[in-house]
Design a protein around this ligand. Structure first.
Ligand SMILES: [Zn+2]
Length: 455
């Protein structure tokens, strides 16, 4: 099965090359021409079950199950109660540092509780979504509510992620779905442990990857996940940080230019095309070009919130070293939390991929220096939809009347941060016959595939 999805692109290429000899698009080198891509032998070990944080800080929870299910003490694994053939509903609430549970007249109080369907074919349901695997219910470490964690194997988890991250597509786009499955799997493994203080591995939201359980799985996405089973990407002996976004606008971005992060050999400025000067794979995307317009008054109103939020964000952790100076006061007593009247804004520097490196915004309080991808949060669209600007790849046009800014337009391209895989570009590559391996090596140059092994 796996061989077919990787080899298909090469076969289609040979057919296309035969039909269109002399005008076939320039090819990217496959990992191993005409063969299944090379997969490194030294397996990478990961835990069998992933902990996905579904809900945090909720005072009470209701969980339904459609068949027999065990209620277990999470620490001793002792059986506390058993739901019969009809399943039922279990209610949870937080009492002090414990989790109180009840099903009919049965009730108890534990430090943490697991709900485990007797047969893996049964599903647990919360907030109108069904989930494979078990539920772990713990007191939220940072609030006085409950945290609901779905304990699920990696491949089942991906079935609830891939259709939400890249959408539902046709058979001719299967290679892009496979590339997305490898990227999502790699992202997940490389982020294990980063949310440990919250009691789980990954959020089920855009904080990590959108995950909506099993109710809306997609047959082709499931096929793409199965055909890339356990494959992840590695570069120089380390797992790739497999970031992806909707549309790069023609050039992917070097990570350290847009985020306060270290440089990476594979997250680099890279034209999203078969060769320099050729049409970008994502050029047909509806987000390839966009315009956003604000009146001077509306932008001034938005900046009263977004500029202080930008300064708050950038003073945390390691960010100041990357973003300093964030604010230069206009005089003594000027407060970055109260920008006041908007005087001007000007792009002082671009990154090599055409994204904003430094946007200067002058207000009554002083001058704000907005850097990198965070400019999307600062220049929030006037309508509130989307909530942040589509990309940091834009030019500004300003209209003044009597010295005052009356209209500001951003003419831009792309959707998302533009780092790593471009989803609309990957879909077009698949339609043009590129294999999943070719798509992955295009967006993460120099990476190789490796198989995970559960422990
Ligand atoms: Zn692109």
């Amino acid at each position: 099965m796996q061989r077919r999805i990787f080899a298909r692109g090469w076969l289609v290429f040979l057919i296309l090359a035969g039909l269109w000899s002399g005008c076939a698009p320039k090819r990217l080198a496959p990992l191993v021409p005409g063969e299944e891509p090379h997969v490194q032998d030294d397996h990478f070990r990961v835990p069998t079950l992933l902990n996905v944080g579904l809900v945090e800080g909720r005072a009470s929870l209701l969980v339904d199950v459609n068949g027999p299910c065990l209620v277990l003490d999470a620490h001793s694994r002792q059986e506390l109660h058993r739901l019969g053939q009809q399943g039922g509903q279990v209610a949870f609430s937080r009492v002090g540092e414990s989790v109180a549970w009840s099903h009919g007249s049965q009730r108890g109080k534990q430090a943490a509780v697991v709900l485990q369907p007797v047969d893996p074919d049964y599903r647990l349901t919360n907030d109108d979504q069904d989930y494979r695997g078990d539920f772990l219910i713990i007191p939220s470490p940072k609030t006085d509510g409950l945290t609901l964690v779905n304990q699920v194997d990696m491949e089942s988890y991906l079935k609830g992620v891939v259709p939400w991250e890249i959408g539902r597509h046709g058979k001719d786009e299967l290679a892009a779905l496979a590339a997305q499955a490898v990227a999502a799997r790699t992202y997940t493994v490389s982020h294990l442990g980063r949310r440990k203080s919250l009691g789980f591995d990954v959020f089920a939201s855009v904080m990590d990857q959108v995950y909506k359980g099993s109710r809306h799985e997609d047959e082709l996405c499931n096929q793409a996940i199965a055909e890339t089973h356990s494959l992840v990407l590695k570069s120089n002996g380390h797992l790739v940080e497999a970031y992806y976004s909707a549309c790069c606008g023609g050039t992917s971005s070097r990570v350290e230019k847009v985020w306060p992060r270290k440089a990476s050999p594979y997250l680099v400025d890279h034209p999203d095309s078969p060769g320099s000067g050729e049409k970008a794979f994502c050029s047909e995307s509806k987000y390839f070009h966009w315009v956003e317009t604000w009146s001077g008054d509306r932008l001034e109103e938005i900046l009263q919130k977004t500029l202080p939020a930008y300064v708050d964000h950038m003073i945390q952790g390691e960010r100041p070293a990357w973003a300093r100076p964030m604010f230069s006061p206009s005089g003594s007593g000027a407060d970055p939390k109260h920008p006041g009247k908007l005087h001007d804004l000007e792009i002082l520097a671009y990154t090599p991929s055409g994204r904003i490196a430094h946007l200067m915004i002058s207000t009554a309080a002083g001058t704000y220096h907005v850097r990198g991808d965070r400019v999307r949060w600062v220049m929030a669209p006037a309508s509130g939809k989307p909530t942040i600007l589509r990309s940091a790849r834009f030019e500004l046009e300003k209209v003044r009347r009597d010295g005052r800014l009356t209209q500001i337009s951003a003419r831009g391209g792309g959707y998302g941060h533009g780092i790593g895989l471009c989803q609309t570009g990957a879909l077009e590559m698949a339609r043009q016959g590129y294999s999943a391996a070719e798509i992955l090596v295009h967006y993460y140059p120099g990476s190789v595939l490796q198989r995970l092994e559960s422990q």
